[in-house]
Design a protein around this ligand. Structure first.
Ligand code: 5GP
Length: 216
């Protein structure tokens, strides 16, 4: 049971922009009915097809800052000029019902979860390589060049934050990555953390990944 008195586990999935964590998290939820995706608050405008309360709680800055002042957020961060945050309200009910919650968030928020919720399990998703990452960022049709340039500029900082994480998985083949993240989740549920660490521990996965990067 966590410090908040809940029964479920909190799994944080974070990654440098463009690593494909949204797609991966969607697949995790399809594969594992015991998982609930936390619905974040954001001040950014909805994109086409996004629904309030489903993809995000879309709020204005005033409402967001009011929640910050009330200590309503487990974590919150500024990303590309917009606020994003995981409210306690978003995770309390599913955790209390014994469900495991997945937070799909950027790395500054994950660092805050590390500090405030020791028992949370942090999983870092790595791109296969930095050249592919750049291609993916350029290929996202909904974003302007300025947004892409900003995202590339913060990739290095995002990679540096990997050291706060418990586990790492390389998202080269999506289905293999999904399987590996589910391996970690199931090991934690079964009290087999050491087994998961021996296969997907952050230090060793990161060292192998860094060694495979040209020019690093
Ligand atoms: P997007 O605007 O593309 O939906 O999300 C931008 C970034 O914000 C993504 O990396 C996404 O994972 C992250 N994000 C979404 N919700 C939250 C949240 O509640 N907290 C934090 N820290 N990041 C979030």
């Amino acid at each position: 049971m966590s410090a908040l008195g809940e029964k479920g586990h909190v799994f944080v999935v974070a990654a440098p922009s463009g690593t494909g964590k949204t797609t991966l998290c969607a697949r995790l939820l399809e594969e594992d009915p015991g998982l609930t995706l936390s619905v974040s608050h954001t001040t950014r405008d909805p994109r086409e097809g996004e629904e309030n309360g489903v993809h995000y709680h879309f709020v204005d800055e005033e409402a967001f800052l009011a929640l910050v002042r009330e200590d309503g957020f487990l974590e919150h961060a500024m990303y590309n000029g917009n606020n994003y945050g995981t409210s306690f309200a978003a995770i309390r009910a599913p955790l209390g019902n014994g469900r495991d919650v997945v937070l799909e968030i950027e790395v500054q928020g994950a660092e805050q979860v590390r500090e405030s919720m020791e028992e949370a399990i942090l999983i870092f998703l790595l791109p296969p390589d930095l050249v592919v990452l750049e291609e993916r960022l350029r290929g996202r049709a909904t974003d302007s060049d300025a947004v892409i340039a900003k995202r590339l500029a913060i990739v290095d900082r995002e990679l540096a934050a990997a050291r706060f994480f418990d586990f790492a998985v390389v998202n080269d083949d999506l289905e293999i990555a999904v399987r590996q993240v589910l391996d970690v989740i199931n090991a934690i549920r079964n009290g087999e953390r050491e087994k998961a660490e021996s296969e997907h521990g952050r230090a060793q996965v990161l060292a192998a990944w860094e060694a495979s990067q040209p020019g690093r």
